[in-house]
Design a binder for this molecule. Structure first.
Ligand code: NOJ
Length: 737
């Protein structure tokens, strides 16, 4: 049966009419069925098939294998009364079978074209396997590296996060949702989940409106503008109201203010968790509270199935509210072309893991790498100079671990590890020996030290691969202490005593605090979990075949105690400076209170992070000349052009992320010290200089004020342009309404 032959589909050309016609023929039970998403099971589950046959299911998540999906679809299309196709969902977060770097790593590339390409590859591979809908992008802004899900997030900045989200949506959804290789995207988790208290997953969220509007919501608003098909609510509450029953978020903001016309889905069981939150008394009230707050589809739990019909017949929920949800869900099914082409034929798609897909994964992996330290220009390694290279560490040769947190379907066998890639490159160039040193990143077993130290003693250059396995980050995998786990620091310390040239490559799902470890190595390359092609990407950057070009999407704290530390914090009445900061070691005996500076810092860790947002080195230094502005005043309809000249002062190609930050000097609410408003990634050959131009527009100057209204206030502003959030070149300008 297809759209033409389905008896219940009207031949109206108008989509809304078609949907209305269909809804008018549905029973209340069938409508509620469309609003229910059930989990699939390995193989085919009779109970699930029966529910589908009875019209009790609108969507299935986590059922895998195209044959099984086609069979479930056959039951829906041919055996249910109305033949409405199912929409199949899956967490395709940073790859399907070919894994891209974790989203935090992708954000570190600041390369939106590559991020879009990565999402495109993921969409093609997922669609080939029968998936229609991914639960991505996750655009939760977070400032907490203890939170395991920072791995999935685009980091701490609303502008960068919005751009990353938009690029992913473009990639997943393609040109047209109806294209066979497009999948619907889902902006999640709406909203505030990234502020889970103490970085503990599923904890409560205390979030002021100012932070909500100015930091958390922008990426979601941009997702709507980019045409994202769906939204997912979060697990947490915000100031006492669980996100899954948050009327203000789901109705006033999402629908009334932003005009979103897609549908919303809960997170897994988050409707019935309203009971555990102590917000709903029972499943009936959970269904009532979430649906009447604006939730369209329930994931996994079945409170809608068991209660919505009664809630409608008893008059508690108007049927128009149900019809509206069903309208939104059916609309996406039509847009995806599911009524016309309900089944997937993998033969019509390119094979997964093909050369193009692997190349896309390699490109983004290479650009996600952030060079954080490079004393004495240790990197790039010169293969003519090296004679004996030691590769050491638990993460040097572990394809599975380099794939990262959301790797349901990632193919381990396709992964090229750093060891394999460097070994291949070494062949006739230099000798290579490998020692794992530690069985895992977190073991306390030192027996591997002897071998690791003997391999390191033999070598002239040592490259260490340390960090965290993928299981140490991601959903529900939070850490109170973000130091290098286990005894990795000790191993690095022992190796450093040998006096060799050392390079440390960290693979991790979060920023780790590396304050103690940093002095023990000449160079530090941060590789996140780089995905299937992490190995060749890392090898290329280590040996200078590619320029390191990643920049941090999140500040790196010196210690867990500094968290949260982020660059775009509001201005304090007593800001710290290098002049006022007094380190605990320098407090004189019997000091008076006033002798420590009395500004906003920690006595032990100061006021700056270990590495600031936006930071990342290249192999050459870039000099930024003075900023030139096209004018000093900007009006409501005007713009100012910012011009800056950059020079690559070194002998290596540079791939620089030029960042523009703005501060509103005086406003009706205290404003951030600076905020990223634009960036460009540009290539500079050795010694090349280039003019870079940005346009400042009034909307870059506005903010949500204490009444949650968007305002652009007249007055003085400052703009900075540079290679990180500590950019020095700046100029003043004014906005006049
Ligand atoms: C729970 C996670 O919070 C969410 O991000 C994910 O999409 C769903 N489970 C479905 O697997």
């Amino acid at each position: 049966m297809n759209e033409k032959s389905a008896p219940y589909i009207s031949q109206s050309k108008d989509l809304n009419q078609k949907i209305e016609d269909l809804i008018s023929q549905m029973t209340l039970e069938e409508k509620v069925g469309q609003m229910s998403q059930l989990a699939g099971h390995p193989g085919l589950d009779d109970r699930l098939m029966n529910s589908i046959r009875n019209g009790e299911v609108g969507s299935v998540l986590n059922q895998v294998g195209v044959q099984d999906l086609n069979e479930l679809q056959r039951v829906a299309v041919e055996e249910s009364r109305l033949g409405i196709p199912l929409i199949f969902a899956r967490d395709v977060i940073h790859g399907f079978q070919t894994m891209m770097p974790i989203p935090l790593g992708q954000a570190a590339s600041w390369n939106m074209e590559l991020i879009e390409k990565g999402a495109r590859v993921s969409a093609v591979e997922a669609a080939r396997d029968g998936i229609h809908w991914t639960f991505a992008p996750m655009i939760d802004l977070t400032r907490d590296p203890r939170w395991g899900r920072i791995a999935e997030s685009p980091g701490e900045d609303p502008h960068l996060g919005s751009e990353v989200g938009r690029a992913m949506i473009r990639g997943f959804q393609g040109k047209n949702l109806s294209d066979k290789d497009s999948i619907a995207a889902c902006a999640k988790h709406f909203a505030g989940y990234g502020f889970s208290e103490a970085g503990r997953d599923y904890a409560f969220v205390n979030l002021s409106d100012s932070e909500l509007y100015n930091f958390v919501l922008p990426a979601f608003k941009e997702a709507v503008k980019e045409g994202v098909a769906t939204f997912m609510t979060g697990f947490s509450d915000i100031n006492g109201i669980p996100a899954t029953a948050h009327k203000r978020l789901l109705k006033s903001i999402l629908r009334e203010e932003w005009d979103f016309d897609g549908f919303t889905v809960s997170d897994w069981d988050s409707v019935v968790q309203l009971i555990t939150h102590g917000f709903a008394e029972n499943e009936e009230s959970a269904a009532y509270l979430s649906q009447s707050a604006g939730l369209d589809m329930e994931m996994a739990s079945r409170s809608f199935h068991f209660n919505l019909c009664n809630l409608v017949t008893s008059g508690k929920i108007p049927v128009t509210s149900i019809d509206q949800s069903v309208q939104r869900i059916l609309k996406l099914k039509f847009q995806l072309g599911l009524f016309q082409t309900p089944y997937t034929d993998p033969e019509l798609f390119p094979v997964s893991g093909n050369e193009d897909h692997l190349r896309a994964a390699e490109e983004i992996a290479a650009e996600s790498l952030v060079l954080l330290k490079n004393d004495f220009d240790k990197l790039p390694l010169d293969s003519d100079q090296i004679q004996k290279l030691a590769v050491i560490g638990p993460l040097a040769d572990d394809g599975f671990e380099q794939m990262g947190t959301w790797t349901f379907d990632g193919v381990e066998d396709w992964c090229l590890t750093p060891l394999k890639s460097i070994r291949k490159y070494a062949l006739d160039k230099f000798e290579l020996r490998y020692s794992k040193g530690l069985k895992t990143s977190r073991t306390k077993d030192r027996t591997g030290f002897i071998d690791a130290l003997s391999v390191a003693s033999w070598a002239d250059t040592v490259v260490m691969f340390m960090g965290e396995e993928s299981i140490l980050s991601g959903e529900a995998h939070c850490r109170a202490n973000i130091d290098l786990p286990g005894i990795q620091h000790e191993l690095i310390e022992e190796i450093s005593k040998l006096g060799k040239s050392t390079v440390l490559v960290i693979m991790a799902g979060r920023p780790l605090s590396l304050t103690q470890t940093l002095p023990l190595t000449n160079a530090l390359l941060y590789a996140w979990h780089p995905g299937t092609m992490g190995g060749p990407a890392i090898k290329d950057v280590l040996f200078g075949l590619k320029a390191p070009s990643g920049k941090l999407p999140v500040s790196f704290p010196k210690s867990s105690g500094q968290i949260p530390i982020y660059y775009n914090h509001r201005r304090s009445g007593k800001p710290a400076s290098h002049e006022t900061f007094t380190h605990i070691d320098h407090i004189p005996a019997r000091a008076a209170q006033t002798s420590v500076g009395n500004t906003s810092f920690h006595l032990d860790d100061g006021f700056e992070p270990l590495f600031p947002f936006g930071f990342g080195l290249g192999f050459s230094k870039v000099a930024y000349h003075d900023i030139e502005l096209s004018g000093r005043t900007i009006t409501k309809d005007g713009t100012i052009t910012v011009c800056i000249e950059l020079i690559n002062q070194g002998q290596h190609m540079i791939h620089e992320v030029v960042q523009l930050y703005i501060r509103d000097n005086v406003a009706s609410s205290t404003r951030p010290v600076k905020e990223l408003k634009a960036f460009q990634k540009i290539k500079l050959n050795p010694q090349e200089s280039r003019q870079v131009e940005f346009t400042i527009t009034p909307d870059m100057l506005g903010f949500y004020n204490s009444e949650n209204n968007w305002v652009v206030e007249s007055g003085d502003f400052r703009v900075w342009v540079g290679g990180d959030s500590n950019a020095r070149q700046s100029a003043k300008f004014q906005y006049q309404d």
